[in-house]
Design a protein around this ligand. Structure first.
Ligand SMILES: Cc1cc2nc3c(=O)[nH]c(=O)nc-3n(C[C@H](O)[C@H](O)[C@H](O)COP(=O)(O)OP(=O)(O)OC[C@H]3O[C@@H](n4cnc5c(N)ncnc54)[C@H](O)[C@@H]3O)c2cc1C
Ligand SMILES: *[C@@H]1O[C@H](CO)[C@@H](O)[C@H](O)[C@H]1NC(C)=O
Ligand SMILES: *[C@@H]1O[C@H](CO)[C@@H](O)[C@H](O)[C@H]1NC(C)=O
Ligand SMILES: *[C@@H]1O[C@H](CO)[C@@H](O)[C@H](O)[C@H]1NC(C)=O
Length: 355
């Protein structure tokens, strides 16, 4: 009996030593897998925690219309590996020639599923633990830790791991939401139907002007009555700005249909001034926040931004054409942001940016 008691007493402290890792990586996307490869090559003790059951889960559903805009440059006519890598937009860095993306797709604009397959093979020799969603990161003082403190990672089951160095590669996982009256009527790029027949005969407003907005428009412009797209600034074409995140030519179909007779339109305006109102028939009307405030009778308490009839809408003096005809749907394509919620707020970066 005594022996059993001693063993039970020792197990927790031995266990916590064993789980103190040198390097912990959060996320098995391209970023986490790349850093894990370098750690492995350097012979370091590391572990990758990934909440999903496989790597590269971002690319399981995104981009929604499945065509990557990172080009698959298979041929350059050169033998210089460094040169060829510089023109290969998709491969991660590795000494293993089999782990070049062009073995996985021959398409110039590859399918996103090919990226997932590629990342599966890329990750197969790495120490990735799946199904571990890190819910909270905090610090714990310990004289044995490299810097006097461990990072304590707590997963969804309450299990904790200690790490000397934490590398966060969780990506930009939260869709940007814009707060405006009637925002609840807008659907998000991340969940919108990708079946063009769901948009037949509909009038659509897209909020945002990046690649996801244009990609969405391209998919449905053969089915809609018209698409209007609204953004704060001029469309920036990547071939003119040299920035790959600006609008890529492969997605720019709506520019054609806007310029050529098709009823589609591009509008400029500050989205933070926007308000959406739904009429009795379910149609969505765009107006300016200011007009909405004037229009709403506080006593009638229309806090959910419905209206009895479209005629109640105060006309903009400028009579912006977008405000004239109602929309069937409004789609939000406003980009992504980092999720800070896992960090214990005061102990890591300082409270001003967290929670
Ligand atoms: C709409 C859209 C289209 C894009 N198209 C392309 C394209 O065509 N080509 C291209 O090269 N790039 C494209 N990108 C950019 C690309 O998605 C990112 O550059 C890339 O995914 C970033 O890799 P990452 O490893 O940093 O993050 P991610 O790929 O987002 O990976 C993060 C990983 O961390 C995991 N994770 C998150 N939080 C936790 C947690 N708390 N615990 C455990 N695991 C967690 C996630 O499950 C995920 O697997 C696109 C981006 C968007 C938004
Ligand atoms: C990816 O890995 C699988 C399983 O190990 C293997 O069968 C396949 O050939 C690999 N793909 C490529 C392109 O190397
Ligand atoms: C106005 O709306 C709020 C929130 O929906 C509700 O709590 C309140 O009772 C309403 N007031 C009136 C006068 O209807
Ligand atoms: C909005 O308010 C109207 C009138 O008060 C009500 O009939 C309707 O159900 C509400 N809609 C939502 C989505 O809450």
């Amino acid at each position: 009996m005594e022996v059993v008691v001693v063993v039970l007493f020792l197990v927790p402290s031995v266990f916590s030593r064993l789980t103190a890792r040198d390097y912990c990586v959060l996320g098995a996307g391209p970023g986490g897998l790349q850093i894990a490869t370098f750690l492995k090559e350097a012979g370091r003790d590391y572990i990758v925690f990934e909440r999903n059951q496989g790597p590269g889960s971002f690319f399981n559903s995104l981009p929604r219309h499945r065509k990557l805009i990172s080009i698959n440059k298979r041929f350059t006519g050169r033998a210089n590996k460094e040169f060829n890598f510089r023109h290969d937009w998709n491969s991660l860095l590795s000494g293993d020639e089999r782990l070049r993306f062009y073995h996985y797709s021959h398409d110039f604009f590859p399918h996103a599923d090919d990226m997932v397959r590629y990342l599966q093979n890329f990750s197969s020799a790495l120490n990735v633990h799946y199904g571990r969603e890190i819910k909270n990161v905090r610090m714990k003082s310990d004289p044995e830790a490299w810097h006097g403190q461990y990072f304590v990672l707590e997963d969804q089951t309450g299990r904790e791991d200690l790490c000397n160095v934490l590398l966060v590669a969780t990506g930009l996982s939260l869709a940007n939401q814009l707060r405006f009256p009637g925002e609840e009527y807008a659907e998000g790029y991340e969940t919108i139907s990708t079946d063009p027949s769901d948009f037949m005969g509909q009038s659509v407003l897209i909020l945002g002007r990046g690649n996801s907005a244009f990609e969405t428009a391209d998919n449905i412009l053969g089915s809609t009555n018209f698409i209007h797209m609204i953004g704060r600034s001029r469309v920036r074409l990547s071939w003119s700005t040299h920035y790959v995140g600006d609008l890529r030519a492969v997605n720019d179909g709506l520019l054609d249909t806007y310029q050529l007779k098709s009823l589609d339109g591009l509008l400029e305006g500050d989205l933070s001034d926007l308000a959406l109102i739904r009429d009795d028939s379910g149609k969505l009307h765009v107006t300016h926040k200011l007009y909405l405030e004037k229009d709403m009778n506080p006593a009638s308490n229309q806090s959910n931004h419905t209206m009895k009839s479209a005629s109640m809408l105060l006309r903009d003096d400028l009579d912006n054409f977008a405000a004239r005809e109602p929309y069937d749907r409004v789609i939000r394509c406003l980009g992504w942001k980092f999720d800070f919620s896992i960090f214990d707020k005061y102990e890591i970066f300082g409270s001003h940016i967290l929670k």
